[in-house]
Design a binder for this molecule. Sequence first.
Ligand code: ATP
Ligand code: LTN
Length: 328
Amino acid sequence: MKPKVFSGVQPTGNIHLGNYIGALRQFVELQDTMDCVYCIVDMHSITLPQDPEQLRQTTLDVAALYMAVGLDPKKATIFVQSTVPQHAELSWVLTCNSYTGELSRMTQFKDKSKGSESAPTGLFTYPLLMAADILLYDANIVPVGNDQKQHIELTRDLAIRFNNKFGDTFVVPDYKGMEVGARIMALDEPTKKMSKSAENIHSRISLLDKPEKVKKSIMKSTTDSEGIIRYDVSEKPGISNLLTIYSVFSGKKIDEVVQQYEGSGYGQFKKDLVEIVNEHLDPIQKKYYEIRESEELIKVLKEGGEKAGAIAENTMKRVREKIGFINL
Ligand code: ATP
Ligand code: LTN
């Protein structure tokens, strides 16, 4: 049997190079050899306030981007989380088998709540919904960026705990990150991760950015005053981040890129990077606008939701039986 894969992306803001390099790129690679289920996690996105009409639109935007970067609904199941209510159901069961202590240690919660007493409860219980997503589909592998590793470890702990308490129920999943690019940094502050929610639009490159915007963001990006192109994350986080992006999009190893630019200045390197990134984004954008307008998109999501719902219901039957819910 093929290994099972599950992952998700929130429909908030524009998908950026970090999302693509750290996560989506792996989704596409895995669909040929594994049994893949990819979700648009709209229930996660309402942990922070969302405009309802915009949420509906960005849900479709992300679905179209999934397909524009190369996901094929014939190979992978693509669906929207809220159309499969078993996610909420399992999340509650896991909530009752978790501890506030372990949730308090999640760095994403600490970052996003900033210690505030009035942080939304959903931000706190967010990892339990994520664990439910993964466990419903018996996923062996979860391709995500490095920032989500801690959530996968929690999911493993929850699965093992549940299995020990109630008998074998869940598959214990593994994190899968990219060797190069598991954490793309912000262009303006290369010690922070590139993020959808950062205020400065030049901190990130969105997959739908126009060539001029890409140029501006890269040319303005923070580097250092040494003037030598070499890979050194702690001393030269800006240049190292650009080298990573260059390497991914050119298909060359970071060492080769460093050699290629021996003796060159940052200006030339950045100009070439602008070209490489724009060349890569152009076909993705063309495909995106085609798919986003087509009827096909809704059909894919409906069919995906049905397939996903059947798998999720199977798992829930097992869970309800184990925990003692009545089957009338
Ligand atoms: P925000 O930064 O606003 O919290 P996000 O950019 O992390 O949002 P998500 O939808 O939560 O967006 O993430 C989708 C996927 O992209 C996840 O697998 C996540 O790990 C990955 N990812 C997000 N940012 C980066 C990054 N800077 N580098 C590599 N992978 C990333
Ligand atoms: N929390 C993830 C999105 C997400 C996810 C998942 C990823 C929700 N459910 C299940 C992998 C598997 C994030 O990127 N912030």
